[in-house]
Design a protein around this ligand. Structure first.
Ligand code: C2E
Ligand code: CA
Ligand code: CA
Ligand code: CA
Length: 279
C-alpha cells in the first residue's frame, strides 16, 4: 500500500504519466457508467429561420457520482481510444429512439441528429451499433440525421463514399459537422452525396464583432456555395441576436446555439420552445 502511494506521488510529478492515470481512471469509470446507466442524452433545438421548424441535435451527457459532470470533449476522446465508444454510441442511439417513441409530440415533425465518431465508420460497426438499434426500435430513419466530421471522409474517400451512400439508401440524412476546419472541405463536396453542412462555431463567434469583414465574407461564401450545391446549411454556436440576424440575412437555413436554446433534457424541451416562441 505504502509503496503504491509513493509511486503515485512520483507519477504526479510527470504530467505525462498523470495523464495516463487520469485516462485509466476515466476509462474504468466510463465502463461502470455504461453498466449503471449514468449516461443521458440532451437535445439542443435548431431553428429553421424561414419556416420556424425546429430540429434537434442529440448530445451525450455524463453525470458521474465519482467524477462529477464530465464534458463529452473530455470523455469521448478517451472512449475513442477503446471500444467504449461503440457502447456509448449504442446507448445514445437507444436513448434517442426511446425518446422519439415516447415523445411523438416533440419529435414527430422534426429530425434529430446523432454524432457519429470516426471510429464507427466501418460497415460492420455502423450496422451493429447504429442501424440495428434503430431497427430494433422500429424508428423512422428519415427522422434521424447523422453528423460526421470531415476527416472521416478524407481518411478513406472510397470507403467514405460507400458508407455515406449506404446510410442514405437506408433513409438517413447525412451532414458534415464542423465544416471548414479541415483542408479538404471543397474536395469532398464534389464526391459525396451529402444533405447538408454545419458551419463550425469558430467562423460564427466573431461575426458580430468590429472588423469582422473577413469572417463574414467566409461565412457568406460558405452559405452561397452550399445553397448552389443544394445543401442545407446550419450555423452552430450562435449566441447573440446580432449573429442570428447576420446569418439570417446571409441566407443560412438553420441556426443552432445558446441564442435559441442550450442543450436540454427531454423534459425541459417543450417549455423552452414555448418560452422562445412567446417572444
Ligand atoms: P459538436 O458536435 O460540435 O457539438 C456542439 C457543441 O457545442 C456541444 O458541446 C454544444 O453544447 C456546444 N454548443 C452549442 N451551442 C453553443 C453556443 O452557442 N456556444 C458555445 N460556446 N457552445 C455551444 P458538447 O455537448 O459539450 O459536445 C462537445 C462535442 O462532443 C461535440 O461537438 C461532439 O463532437 C462530441 N459529442 C457530443 N455528444 C456526442 C455523442 O453522442 N457521440 C459522439 N461521438 N460525440 C459526441
Ligand atoms: Ca455535432
Ligand atoms: Ca459541430
Ligand atoms: Ca464545432
Amino acid at each position: 500500500k505504502r509503496e503504491g502511494r509513493n509511486s503515485i506521488r512520483l507519477f504526479i510529478k510527470e504530467g505525462h504519466l498523470q495523464e495516463h492515470i487520469d485516462e485509466a481512471i476515466m476509462e474504468a469509470e466510463l465502463y461502470k457508467a455504461l453498466q449503471e446507466d449514468e449516461l443521458t442524452v440532451y437535445y439542443q433545438p435548431k431553428l429553421n429561420t424561414l419556416t420556424n421548424q425546429v430540429h434537434y441535435e442529440a448530445l451525450v451527457r455524463w453525470f458521474s457520482p465519482v467524477l462529477g459532470t464530465v464534458p463529452p470533449l473530455k470523455f469521448i476522446p478517451v472512449a475513442e481510444k477503446t471500444t467504449l465508444i461503440h457502447e456509448i454510441t449504442r446507448t445514445v442511439v437507444r436513448k434517442v429512439c426511446h425518446d422519439l417513441r415516447t415523445r411523438p409530440e416533440l419529435f414527430n415533425n422534426s429530425r434529430t441528429s446523432i454524432n457519429l465518431s470516426a471510429c464507427l465508420f466501418e460497415p460492420e460497426l455502423i450496422d451493429t451499433h447504429f442501424v440495428q438499434v434503430i431497427n430494433e426500435y422500429k424508428a423512422d430513419p428519415t427522422k434521424i440525421e447523422i453528423e460526421i466530421t470531415e476527416n472521416i471522409l478524407m481518411k478513406n474517400p472510397t470507403k467514405g463514399i460507400e458508407l455515406v451512400n449506404y446510410l442514405k439508401e437506408l433513409g438517413f440524412r447525412v451532414v458534415i459537422d464542423d465544416f471548414g476546419v479541415s483542408y479538404s472541405s471543397l474536395n469532398y463536396l464534389r464526391n459525396f452525396s451529402l444533405d447538408g453542412i454545419k458551419i463550425d462555431r469558430s467562423f460564427i463567434s466573431q461575426i458580430d464583432q468590429m472588423n469582422s469583414e473577413k469572417d463574414i465574407s467566409i461565412v457568406h461564401f460558405i452559405i452561397q456555395l452550399a445553397r448552389k450545391l443544394n445543401l442545407y446549411v446550419t450555423a452552430e454556436g450562435v449566441e447573440t441576436k446580432e449573429q442570428f440576424d447576420i446569418l439570417t440575412s446571409l441566407g443560412c437555413h438553420e441556426i443552432q446555439g445558446y441564442y435559441f436554446s442550450r442543450p436540454l433534457p427531454v423534459e425541459k424541451l417543450e417549455q423552452a420552445l414555448e418560452h422562445f416562441f412567446s417572444y
